[in-house]
Design a protein around this ligand. Structure first.
Ligand code: IUR
Length: 453
């Protein structure tokens, strides 16, 4: 990338944004070029991020920011015969969210090409890449050429951001974290959509979570983010839609990297918890419809259900594991009906079960509390680059709405330290809400769909 102007007055640009002015597309280009080429001081980037956070950005500025970020490095190019087939989804992050693992191969089994570029765990949210790395040999690092070859041979891959894909985001994201400017609508939009734009997708579905264990706690603010993402995605030429989905209790029964891989494999074998299956079918159905593979979202859901039960999605997952470095023996064993997962995914040293303290109905399970305890036990990371323990996790032994009695085990914690502390036990017990069954209302996860415009 060549800088268009030799001298850029960043100070003046920061002052104008600080004072509530609007930046032109040329100024935003100069700012992103400075970030990418390292010709702007880090203090100036931090100041600009704070000005953007405080004053916000109008739609034209957000679009220009996203476009310039997308063009700051490599963009994928696909063979012409894949026109209309290349799809992906992005989730804003949740607890127990292993949807990508069954969804990518299910879409591939329905004829799509899915170049899924995923992220790592940060704070309480899990990361798809960390989950997959609990499988021995799985290599998230694939070059642009390797991604193309895997899509040709298998139809889906799940990889990390390649070195030169949206390099501006790498710099900005780290500085947003350091300057308390992560939660800015235009900056989140630029970060998420620039990476998806660089994948050159024909259709993109965003799973924007709201609730206790989500970035946005209420439906309205999640909807505002979803609308911003959908608008900018469509302006960049991708057919972009969004679902708003509830993120209070964990998705499925398992939280923690290796345990979530086991649960995803069960889903691919036509088993697994209903809420996970529903999410995979819903998101997949919308994507098949958006990419004209099915006449309606409902028909798309049926297609996804079919490949989850007839083994086609499981065979794609097995092929993807092998293409990304897992030995044929391990990939085959994990994907067989009678596998003992603990032979390949290291179990934690200890397991502790906690018991229900009262008779009643399970009204709620606070996913945020469970994630926070697991984080402290080593399942998550606080800073980028920290290592994590793939074996730490939790299995829920009860469902929402279930009638339970005092003394019944409701959660099994997998941990490598010998005992849970009294605080950890108390926090976990506090996350289980037992009450009168008459007040229980079953909540669907997906509450709204925002159509491509
Ligand atoms: N995921 C991203 O890719 N970018 C962001 O800014 C956030 C989540 I928040």
């Amino acid at each position: 990338m060549a800088q268009t102007e030799s001298v850029v007055n960043y100070q003046e640009m920061i002052r104008r944004k600080r004072d509530g002015g609007q930046l032109s597309s040329a100024e935003i280009r100069a700012f992103i070029q400075g970030v990418t080429l390292n010709t702007i001081q880090e203090s100036q980037i931090g100041a600009m991020l704070m000005a953007m956070w405080m004053k916000g950005m109008v739609a034209e500025e957000t679009l220009a920011l996203t476009k310039e970020m997308m063009m700051s490095g490599d963009v994928f190019h696909w063979p012409e015969e894949w026109a209309g087939l290349v799809v992906d989804k992005h989730s804003t992050g949740g607890v127990g969210d292993k949807v990508s693992l069954p969804l990518a191969p299910a879409l591939a089994a329905c004829g799509c090409k899915v170049p899924m570029i995923s992220g790592r765990a940060l704070a309480h949210t899990g990361g798809t890449l960390d989950k997959l790395e609990s499988i021995p040999g799985f290599n998230i690092h694939q070059t642009v050429e390797q991604v193309r070859q895997i899509l040709q041979d298998v139809g889906c891959c799940i990889v990390g951001q390649t070195e030169n894909l949206v390099p501006a985001d790498r710099v900005l994201y780290a500085l947003r974290d350091a300057t308390a400017t992560v939660d800015s609508l235009p900056l989140i939009t630029g970060s998420i959509i620039s990476k998806k734009g660089a994948e050159r997708l024909c259709a993109l579905l965003l799973d924007v979570k709201f609730g206790r264990a989500a970035l946005y706690k209420d439906l309205n603010s999640a909807r505002t983010l979803a609308q911003s993402l959908v608008t900018v995605g469509n302006s960049l030429g991708m057919k972009t839609g969004a679902v708003l989905s509830r993120m209070d209790a964990p998705i499925g029964h398992c939280v923690g990297n290796a345990l979530e891989v086991c649960e995803a494999l069960k889903c691919l074998k036509g088993q697994g918890p209903d809420d996970l299956k529903e999410l995979v079918k819903s998101l997949g159905g919308f994507l098949l419809w958006m990419s004209n593979r099915s006449p309606t979202p409902e028909r798309g859901q049926m297609m996804i259900a079919e490949v989850l039960t007839n083994g086609a999605a499981l065979r794609k997952f097995q092929a993807m594991l092998e293409a990304q470095g897992v030995s044929t023996h391990i990939a085959h064993s994990l994907c067989s009906e009678t596998t003992d997962y603990s032979k390949h995914l290291r179990p934690a040293e200890y397991q502790t079960q906690l018991q229900v303290l009262d008779d009643g109905t399970v009204l709620d399970i606070d996913g945020m509390v469970i994630a926070t305890v697991l984080h402290r036990l080593g399942a998550g990371r606080t800073r980028a680059g920290e290592s994590i323990n793939h074996s730490v996790g939790a299995e829920l032994l009860v469902d929402l709405g279930q009638q339970v009695h005092k003394g019944q085990s409701w959660i099994r914690i997998h941990h490598d330290c010998p005992v849970l502390s009294p605080d950890q036990r108390a926090d976990l017990q506090g996350s289980l809400i037992i009450g009168n069954g008459d007040s229980y209302q079953a909540n669907v996860r997906v509450v709204e769909f925002i159509q491509p415009n």
